[in-house]
Each structure stands twice: as structure tokens, then as C-alpha cells.
Design a protein around this ligand. Structure first.
Ligand code: CDP
Length: 209
């Protein structure tokens, strides 16, 4: 079974995906980490994220980069959304994600284009959203817990900039797949979000039960 989870930054898609993976005992891939690793490599090599050839050169990143705590920073999140707009960067990371999705037994993947590009054939697709203010509050708290001193206003501005870039790009923009189910986590606790996500997936995979 393939479960595709898409949605904007800090919508709760990561938490929901991990919980669904645990619930259904499926492997999970946070595809945002791949773009974050490209961004961190661009920065380390002092390349220019806005130049497609530079960003492509960083797609061959060292696997250890995926565990680097720098990937969680706001700066790398912003840079990830710059490198991810290049079609050749998306192409370089495509097969890896498709292979993960289509491994025997299935998988849970979360990102921006899972239900539309990586696994349009997924058994269940969720689009997770929340208001920008609520997402910024969550991201601000999360960044603070990692020692960041960024203000709430800066986090909100950055989230809005990233939303605009991710939704406005021509290569695999962030859009809800026609057959995705909407999960608005704005006023839901983590537990309630997970419960709702499981109920939505169950409704898709065993309708009428
Ligand atoms: O965790 P958060 O939602 O803040 O971001 P992320 O999922 O780690 O993704 C970082 C950036 O990578 C996003 O802003 C997107 O620009 C890009 N991305 C993408 O283009 N396609 C994906 N499947 C996943 C992430």
C-alpha cells in the first residue's frame, strides 16, 4: 500500500506521515530532506542555488548529509525551496523517490508532489493544511527548541515566501491532487490529527467498513 501525504511547510504532514507509517508498519520517506540535503550541499560548496547547473551538481550529495542537524534550520528550508524549483533538480531526485514508493509492501512518503508526480497511483492521498499563522507558530516553537532565536514575524514571513515559491513554480507545484483527501490540522491536536488521518486512509482502503 502506498500512502502519499502532501502539504505546505509545518502543516503537520511530517507528524501524520510518521504516525501512519508506524500504524501500518510501512517504511517512511520525508522527501523534503532530499531537497534540504541538496540545499545544504549547495551552501557547503559555496554554489549559487538560483543557478540550475549549480543546484544539479549538489544532487549527488553525501548520504551522511541526510542526518546533519543543519537540515532543520529555517535558512536551509528557504534554500531548499529555491533548489527544488529547478526541473533538473527534481528530475535528479525522481527515480530515488519513485523506487522508494514502489518497493514491495509499499511505503508512506511526504512532500509537495507525492500524490501528483511521485506516486499518482497511491492507494490513499492526503493533503494536509493549516493556516499560515498556526503553521508559523508551530515552526517557531520547533525552531526555538533547536536553539533558534528567529522572531515569530520572521518565521511567518518565511513561511509565506516558501508557500508562494512552492505553489507558484512551474515544475511540480504544490497542488492538491484531484483524488486527495483534505486534512485541516489548524484546530486539531497531534493525537486528533493522527486519528483523523487514519480514519481518512481507512475510508479509502476499506470503504464501507
Ligand atoms: O518540513 P517543511 O514542510 O518545512 O519542508 P520540507 O518538507 O522539508 O521541504 C523543504 C522544501 O523542499 C519545500 O519548501 C519545497 O520547496 C521542497 N520540496 C519539494 O519541492 N518537493 C517535495 N516533495 C518535498 C519538498
Amino acid at each position: 500500500m502506498i500512502i502519499a501525504i502532501d502539504g505546505p511547510a509545518a502543516s503537520g504532514k511530517g507528524t501524520v506521515s510518521k504516525a501512519l507509517a508506524r500504524h501500518y508498519r510501512l517504511p517512511h520517506l520525508d522527501t523534503g530532506l532530499l531537497y534540504r540535503a541538496v540545499a545544504a550541499t549547495v551552501r557547503r560548496l559555496e554554489l549559487d542555488a538560483t543557478i540550475e547547473a549549480d543546484a544539479v551538481a549538489a544532487c549527488d550529495f553525501d548520504e551522511l548529509t541526510l542526518a546533519d542537524p543543519v537540515l532543520r534550520t529555517d535558512e536551509i528550508g528557504q534554500l531548499a525551496s529555491v533548489v527544488s524549483a529547478h526541473p533538473l533538480v527534481r528530475a535528479a531526485l525522481l527515480q530515488r523517490q519513485k523506487r522508494f514508493a514502489h518497493q514491495p509492501g509499499g511505503a508512506v512518503l511526504d512532500g509537495r508532489d507525492i500524490g501528483t508526480v511521485i506516486a499518482p497511483d497511491a492507494d490513499a492521498k492526503l493533503f494536509v493544511k493549516a493556516t499560515p499563522q498556526i503553521r508559523a507558530r508551530r515552526r517557531h516553537t520547533e525552531l526555538q527548541s533547536h536553539g533558534s532565536t528567529l522572531s515569530f514575524d520572521k518565521v511567518l514571513t518565511d513561511i509565506r515566501a516558501r508557500d508562494a515559491r512552492d505553489s507558484g513554480r512551474s515544475a511540480a507545484p504544490l497542488v492538491m491532487a484531484a483524488d486527495a483527501l483534505l486534512l485541516d490540522t489548524s484546530f486539531l491536536s497531534i493525537e486528533a490529527s493522527v486519528e483523523k488521518a487514519i480514519a481518512l486512509v481507512e475510508g479509502r482502503i476499506s470503504p464501507g467498513r
